[in-house]
Write a protein of this length. Structure first.
Length: 295
């Protein structure tokens, strides 16, 4: 137990307490927000916690095993730093969350009650409910390498090694028109071939949807240029005049890696791994039975 936590325990044992809860949210874009259920602002550890922010939490469920700790934070969309538009845009998804119990008369007496991240967020009638996921949630994520024909790396990451910063695989264009935050006209995309950006990523650089990203479903020619269709709608409004960055797509197959990216030495799949038909093959007197391509 830390000295600060020990001091808080001593305060709680005194019978008359002056405690409050403080919350710190660190969004993935680096912005840090602080809130407290006390009626006055508090500050400690280089953080400021706004009062009357309408943020509270239900009882924390925590255990000593590997089960995921969980709770919910509920609040009212009354504070200027929490906007419904930002919640819908996903700017709070996966945000790091810390919660302290603090003696507001002496903030050096405090204890960290919870640390985790924000999961699903629901909004309704000017309020929100955010699922809180404990640190053991990371143990539910798949790890390790899969043996499969497609490449297991992400285009441009350390395992892939393709440099996406140059003009060969990246283009920055201004949106000419947008439909349903999903279909965008980007004008001419020369010298890139039709379909070059299919399965790639489109990221918004400015405007209301700044920071939003989505996977490209289709890159096809249209009147006056190219039309980009995304697999999912951007969760904020994109308008003509906004700039976007679009990167080349990869279907993770060996031939694409060799021809399109000249990167076969870094291919992270197993193109010659036998198929499922090979696993159930049996001896025959004539013909091939090697699990090859079906015709």
């Amino acid at each position: 137990m830390t000295d600060a936590a020990a001091a808080l325990h001593a305060h709680l044992a005194g019978g008359i307490t002056t405690v409050a809860r403080c919350w710190a949210l660190t969004r993935r874009d680096g912005r840090v927000l602080g809130f407290t259920d006390h009626d006055r602002p508090l500050s400690f550890a280089g953080l400021s916690f706004a009062a009357d922010a309408g943020l509270s939490a239900r009882a924390l469920q925590q255990g000593t095993g590997l089960a995921v700790d969980n709770s919910e934070a509920v609040g009212v969309l009354s504070h200027a730093s929490i906007r419904e538009e930002d919640i819908r845009a996903g700017r709070f998804d996966g945000a790091d969350v810390r919660c302290w119990l603090v003696n507001w008369r002496n903030v050096e007496e405090r204890k960290l009650l919870f640390r985790g991240s924000i999961g699903e967020i629901r909004t309704s009638a000017g309020s929100f409910t955010a699922e809180l996921r404990g640190m053991t949630e990371a143990l539910n994520q798949s790890s390790g390498r899969n043996f499969q024909k497609p490449c297991g790396a992400r285009l441009g990451d350390a395992r892939c090694g393709v440099d996406l910063s140059g003009d060969a695989f990246r283009a920055i264009r201004t949106v000419l028109s947008a439909e349903d935050n999903r279909r965008l006209d980007l004008g001419l995309l020369a010298p890139y071939a039709k379909g070059w950006f299919t399965r790639g990523t489109l990221r918004v650089l400015d405007g209301e949807a700044e920071g939003q990203a989505a996977v490209v479903k289709d890159d096809r020619e249209a009147t006056g240029g190219r039309r980009i269709e995304l697999w999912s709608d951007l969760r904020a409004t994109i308008a003509p005049g906004d700039r976007v960055e679009i990167t080349a797509g990869c279907d993770r197959m060996a031939e694409t890696c060799r021809v399109k990216f000249n990167n076969f030495l870094n291919f992270r799949g197993f193109p010659h791994i036998p198929g499922e038909d090979w696993l159930i093959s049996y001896p025959t007197r004539s013909g091939r039975n090697d699990g090859g391509r079906l015709t």
